[in-house]
Write a protein that binds this ligand. Structure first.
Ligand SMILES: [Zn+2]
Length: 291
């Protein structure tokens, strides 16, 4: 297991918001304590050229203007640097997976899957997974990329950026009704599975399994996972019912995949987040669960 993290990602925000530094401030030490054999790396930051694979230059310029994007998405000092580092980390995790270094995940903030070509929103400023997918298509021998998004919110930004491409598949399972209100229908290369609030976890997991089969059936050369942990029953900003063991099951599917897989942390706002990530990664790595 190769994990990409930069402690500078804790240097903005505060505990008054769900997307807060403690999410990773508590997750990283827990993983390091429970898994001393896992490899930790800090990626180089992404460049503007990298970000421009998925974003319009107006957004890249806007990141430097000290003005909030929306109520969920404040402007923070150096938010552009934070966003570019998280993008670079997703790209590095992707490269590690493609290089055969095994399971790889980026554990950074801010998350990315709501950011569109032109707009920062929903705690997201740059769309790391979209940049990583497009970079792999342009610069690696990757003909087909599948993005699997199990965050409880629809990855509207990823969908908008990757829509209508025959070389990329986007598959998302998300709460509906729920933020941001998109992802109600499938079209072209975008497959959406809206799930009602308070859907029993067995039904939610059956939908996730069907969605994962869609990913595999695409026969991708690379799978990128928008790993959000906010479909957890204890998450404060959603109404879903998954338990820790369900995230371990998702990890086991990645473990069984025969193509390179990299994951990027998206949401997850419960204080149990460290244990959810641990369960997911432990089964992805094919290791026995710790209690
Ligand atoms: Zn989310």
């Amino acid at each position: 297991m190769v994990l990409f993290h930069d402690p500078r990602c804790l240097d903005y925000g505060n505990s008054a918001r769900p997307e807060q530094p403690a999410r990773l401030g508590k997750t990283v030490p827990l993983l390091q304590q429970n898994h001393p054999n896992w490899t930790w790396r800090t990626a180089v930051t992404a460049t503007e050229e990298d970000a421009a694979l998925a974003h319009d230059e107006t957004l890249l310029a806007r990141l430097q203007q000290a003005q909030d994007f929306d109520a969920d998405t404040p402007w923070w000092e150096d938010i552009d640097a934070h966003a570019y580092r998280a993008t670079g980390s997703a790209m590095a995790a992707t490269a590690a997976a493609l290089n055969g270094e095994g399971p790889a995940m980026s554990l950074m903030r801010p998350p990315g899957h709501h950011a569109t070509e032109t707009q920062a929103m929903g705690f997201c400023y740059l769309n790391h997974i979209a940049v990583a997918a497009l970079h792999a298509r342009e610069h690696r021998q990757v003909n087909r990329v599948a993005v699997w998004d199990f965050d409880a919110h629809h990855g509207n930004g990823t969908e908008a950026i990757l829509a209508e491409r025959s070389d990329v598949l986007f598959v998302s399972v998300h709460q509906s009704p729920g933020y941001p209100g998109t992802g109600l229908k499938s079209f072209a290369n975008c497959v959406n599975y809206p799930v009602r609030p308070l859907t029993p976890r067995g039904d939610h997991m059956a939908t996730l399994e069907e969605s994962w089969q869609r990913v595999i059936a695409f026969r991708p050369d690379l799978v990128l996972v928008s790993a959000g942990f906010d479909a957890y029953v204890g998450d404060p900003i959603t109404d879903m019912t998954l338990e820790k063991t369900d995230f371990a099951t998702l990890g086991s599917w990645l473990h069984d995949a025969t193509v390179p897989v990299a994951a990027v942390l998206e949401g997850g706002y419960s204080s149990d987040l460290p244990h959810l990530v641990d369960a997911f990664l432990t089964s992805w790595a094919g290791e026995a669960a710790t209690v």
